[in-house]
Design a protein around this ligand. Sequence first.
Ligand code: ACM
Length: 744
Amino acid sequence: MKLRTLLTASSLCCIPFFISAQNNFDLVPKPVEMHLNQGFYKIPETVNLYIDKDFKDSSFLLKEYPSIKTIHETSKKKASVRILKKALDSSKEGAYELKISSNGIEIAAQDKAGILNGIFTFIQLGYLQKDSSQLLYSEIKDAPRFGYRGLHLDTSRHYFPLNFLKKYIDLMAIYKLNNFHWHFTDGAGWRLEIKKYPELTQKAAWRTHALWKDWWNNGRQYVEQGTPNASGGFYTQDEAKELVKYAAERGINIIPEIEMPAHSEEVIAVYPELSCSGIPYSQSEFCIGNPKTFEFLKNVLDEVLEIFPSQYIHIGGDEADKSHWKTCPKDQALMKKEGLKSVDELQSYAILQMDKYLQSKGRKLVGWDEILDGGLTPGATVMSWRGEQGGITAANSGHDVIMTPGEFLYLDGYQTDPRTQPESIGGYLPIEKVYSYDPVSKDLKDDKKKHILGAQANLWTEYVPTTEHVEYMAYPRVLALAEVDWTEPEHKNYQDFHKRLQSQYALLQKLNVNYYRPSYNVAAKVDFNPTAKTDTVELTTEQNNKQGIHYTLDGSEPTAKSPVYTQPIQFTQSGTLKAAYFLDQFKVGPTLEQRIDIHKAIGKKVIYNQKWIGYEAQKELTLTNGIFGGVSYHDKQWQGFTRPMDVVVDFERPETISTVAMNFMQITGPGVYMPGEMRVFVSDDNKNFREVGVVKNDVSPSVSQLTFKRFELNLPQPVKARYLKVTTTNPGRGYLFTDEIIVY
Ligand code: ACM
């Protein structure tokens, strides 16, 4: 019997058991079309290779297939591996077909990018198998959704050696990412040799402290290379060229980023004449009105262009503090001369000079979305990071855009409960959220969608000092990015991706990648139904086996004998749910304790004597909607206050009150603190209030890790009142975040 199963991107469920048991096709990104046939091709250790003359320089890559040892090129088309140039059904750049049959392995494409994609699918298949010496007869037809599939790495905040960057590139190739955005200049260190400006790497590449955080908090000084405490490093031009070649062989373009006009403290430290004040360490921005600035930047770019053949050259453009330019005589004179009405236009003028210069050299300028402020220069491609709006505006006005919104694609944020993780810069980005991202926003005009070149994830390294930590933050989330960039939205399916991820973990282990292992935490999603006044609790785990969760409802510790969680649990009244993950009868993760509060203030009106600032959450509905915040204050249930809080609940009639509670959080990195105290008052007229109690904070402001505290006041005697007022102090003078006023 000949078995032939069609596996389109949406039907991977159907792999017959006996096949999946022996061969694994859990590829990421998932091919557009895949047919699995019966029978295995035994891959020889020494393969005869027929390869089209246009692709000959890629033949060596086949040795990356785990069980291939030697390659003999032959002109015979009957070779065991055939790499062919031919027209395919898909005319997209990077499309390929891979056929495994009794005749061997055949990879066909119409361009080099397609051949490389086909080779890396073949190599990934090899790594997915327990025994890579045989592969199931199969046919794959595949093409990318986007031409630009990017990954970034910040090598300024911390320096990583060239060999590690090669590994970073190797992994990008396996997952078909084709643009490496190399961020190597920033305030924390200049990391590329520039022959005309040797001080950049003799001094600006070296600092007093190895860890960015220590350096940042202790004077932020650069020191000469060779001094006893000098920490840092740089890439020679030869090394950079070596990496460019290494990446190109794997189909990856390297986009260098030379930051300007801001994030340039390290340049100003060694060439202070390029700042407004002329004083080292005085500002992060170049002086735009000083012609020497452009002389410097163009000279630097000349050397950069020599190293990097990339069509796109990134000039930064983000986060400039433009205040110095407002008072600098040189900048003011330039603004007058050029008729520039604002410092935003002055920045735009600076970008335009770079744009013209790059165009004169046949290159294209890319910049962060701040280059929109003050007017976008004609040739610019925008990298949209402060959300999607910059990208949408740029695309709708006809500019090309790379989407890299922080909310979905900043890999420096926590990927699971921050309380269990090494310190990060903040943010909360589980892999599922990366996966959910669609670079083509619904707010784009139909005829402008073509301007979205693709998406890129960024990995900033302020809190990522080692190569192991880079891998930990990047993987496995890069796999989700790969599918964001490769897979058409109608073929994306998180459950299916999550299942394939289980196989990919084994691949990452084989390649010795220090990826973030899925935790044994149990998380709860509580959904409140305001009509029925019920809470439905869904328990989730990053593990693939949902049967591992056991729970209790009576406050006791869950054991292996407690009920197994199989479906969402409904609460009609307040209670406590405890749950934990078990493996082979042993508890292997922490106990989740989830309080369910179906309380008296739900649905009641809240009067704000002090309004929220910045983090509006659900506005006036937030504090009495029965819905609680999660681990991130970005989840639109946590409301943020920068002043002391002062709110009143109106029960509309006298209500008996015996308990009042509010949750607060602390995470000091981004300036979020506990209140000093919470005071509770009651009133019958919303004018004359009587204090009924106070709860003092007992969490030290020096606790930097994410911490939650429930401020709970239990009255010795219940009181009856229509109005309930809660105030807090704000001694930390940062943000206070709270999600609900709980009243019993
Ligand atoms: C950025 O994250 N400042 C581009």
